[in-house]
Design a protein around this ligand. Structure first.
Ligand code: PHB
Length: 558
């Protein structure tokens, strides 16, 4: 379709007859949960979506079955697993993987925040953030949508808008004068500068400055990163600061030259990647989807909305080396019938989550990030682990804890206690010497001696504490080979603890998980036989979430 004909189309297109209604409702539920910060009560969802309570119940039960939502009493809570949808878009886009190290290096060099953003219709969406921890900073999250005209990347993208996009922008401004459709930004106080003239200006300049358009104090300077094949804007790199550190003028004079040279390097990286890239073949049918759907139907009966579950798996068919897929490829990758895959694709096109190119190839749009990504992109490891610890504690009727290494100590970062009369009483934040604890031995065992913290003198905390460095080294070797640590009364008389490692995508141990009880409970053998498999299963479940959540965001350990 030539551009001018496309531009004449009405902006809001009617729902196609083949669209899958339950998929549309499911997406609406996920979006409402996202806008609410990741959690809503079921009755809140009913109000926010306008759906019947029974529909909300069936949709959330299906999302829970898929592992995208956790039902917590009367609340529905998005789980880290839902980030696999946004991950599919970010992996297909490749820009975050190719450019994030450069962006982070520039942020370190300038000691300012950096971001990468892409265009999403008449808005911008962040695909990477390298933020400084400051008391005074407003920082956006990966996936957040901002109105183009209130950001520095916006006018740069607008230099490429067609008349249709300008029309969409004018209509949106008229319909939403206070930017209420953009929950990530404060209300718009005034109309702001003339955006159309601004876009003409930045076309000449090749950079744009945001002088407190979003909120007082926030200043940013942006430069486009161009696609070496087409010369069009692939993404926009920005340096963001606060007027207490830099005026807008300052950003332009002192930081813009360095941003521009970093962007040149980014463009060289993109060109080099194009020369090297072997665009991988789409992977065929990974899932036992048919079996899984059958089992889910059995288990949930009418509560399972099969067309929603099938439709959502279509998004995960995309990924690295699978940015553009034909209908046949989508059907192969998901194991769905062509007709089913086709209807899901039509539905997503209608929702603006998938776009087609002229040769009937489908690609995810940045809007996929609106499905759960922003609220979860700041999840920390303890937050992520907590529901798993709760489930573990209720299965084994013992407390469960997560800890990290801080210097030569372990520090508890998450904990679920049991309600027993005699339970082990430890609060989050508590530290113990690593050498005398099962948690510490798991954490120490992962590190080569040269990379271990200095442990100082190994003091005897009980008559059983290992104080001989050679004996400790042997104990760590045992932990490495058997995959867990069991420590009996070395920290405190009567206390027995068993711990297992929690690893990230790269296999590095990022935390240790344990349970501790009084020695008069189970025997050591019973402990290993009954408790260890539960701990290991919990660590595996946490690791699955860590892999999804840590793929494009930095998962803080505490
Ligand atoms: C940001 O990265 O937070 C950012 C970038 C450009 C703006 C405003 C904020 O204009």
């Amino acid at each position: 379709m030539p551009a001018d004909t496309a531009d004449a189309r009405p902006l809001a297109e009617p729902m196609p007859a083949e669209a899958v209604a339950p998929l549309i409702r499911g997406v609406a539920v996920v979006r409402q949960l996202t806008e609410a910060g990741g959690m809503l009560s079921l009755s809140g969802l009913e109000r926010a979506t306008g759906l019947a309570r029974s529909t909300v119940d069936r949709i959330t039960a299906t999302l829970a079955r898929m592992g995208y939502v956790r039902l917590d009493g009367r609340d529905a809570v998005l789980t880290p697993r839902i980030m696999e949808l946004g991950n599919a878009y970010l992996a297909a886009l490749r820009l975050p993987s190719l450019l994030d190290a450069r962006a982070d290096a520039l942020a370190d060099e300038l000691d300012e925040s950096m971001s990468l953003a892409v265009a999403d219709r008449d808005g911008i969406r962040f695909i990477h953030q390298a933020t400084r921890r400051r008391a005074m900073s407003l920082s956006f999250r990966i996936g957040d949508l901002l109105p183009a005209e209130r950001t520095a990347p916006g006018p740069l993208f607008a230099t490429e808008w067609t008349e249709r996009e300008w029309r969409r922008w004018r209509e949106r401004r008229a319909a939403d004068p206070r930017d209420e459709g953009f929950p990530a930004v404060p209300e718009r106080p005034s109309p702001g500068p003339d955006f159309e003239r601004w876009a003409v200006q930045v076309r000449q300049d090749g950079w744009a400055l945001d002088d407190q358009l979003i909120e007082p104090g926030l200043v940013a300077v942006s430069v486009p990163v161009r696609d070496p094949r087409t010369g069009t804007i692939a993404c926009v790199a920005s340096v963001v600061s606060h007027t207490s550190r830099h005026t807008a003028e300052d950003l332009r004079n002192s930081l813009l030259p360095r941003l521009r040279s970093a962007v040149r390097t980014m463009e060289e990286d993109l060109a080099a990647d194009l020369r090297e890239a072997s665009q991988g073949e789409p992977v065929a049918a990974p899932s036992g989807l048919a079996t899984w759907t059958g089992a889910s139907k059995q288990e949930l009966g009418r509560e399972f909305v099969e067309s929603l579950a099938r439709g959502l798996t279509v998004l995960t068919a995309f990924g690295e080396g699978r940015a553009e897929l034909t209908l046949t490829e989508v059907a192969q990758a998901t194991g769905l019938a062509r007709a089913t895959a086709r209807r899901a694709l039509i539905t997503y096109e209608h929702l603006g989550l998938i776009a087609t190119s002229g040769d009937r190839r489908f690609a995810l749009t940045p809007r996929v990030l609106s499905l759960g990504f922003p609220p979860l992109s700041r999840t920390t490891l303890p937050e992520l682990a907590l529901p798993h610890l709760t489930a573990l504690a209720s299965r084994i009727h013992e407390s469960a804890s997560l800890a990290i290494l801080v210097g030569g100590d372990i520090q508890y970062t998450a904990r679920v206690a049991t309600s027993r009369v005699m339970s082990v009483n430890i609060a989050v934040g508590t530290r113990f010497p690593a050498y005398a604890t099962a948690l510490g031995r798991v954490l120490l065992a992962d590190r080569p001696p040269a990379e271990r913290p200095h442990l100082g003198e190994l003091r005897a905390l009980t008559p059983r504490t290992l104080t001989d460095p050679v004996a400790l080294e042997a104990a760590l070797e045992t932990v490495r080979s058997q995959g867990y640590a069991l420590v009996d009364e070395e920290l405190e008389a009567g206390l027995r603890s068993i711990a297992v490692p929690v690893r990230d995508r790269t296999g590095r141990v990022v935390a240790a998980l344990n349970t501790a009880t009084h020695v008069t409970g189970r025997t050591v053998e019973e402990y290993v036989r009954d408790i260890l498999p539960e701990l290991t299963a919990t660590a595996t479940a946490i690791e699955a979430d860590v892999r999804v959540a840590g793929r494009f965001t930095r998962l803080s350990a505490s």
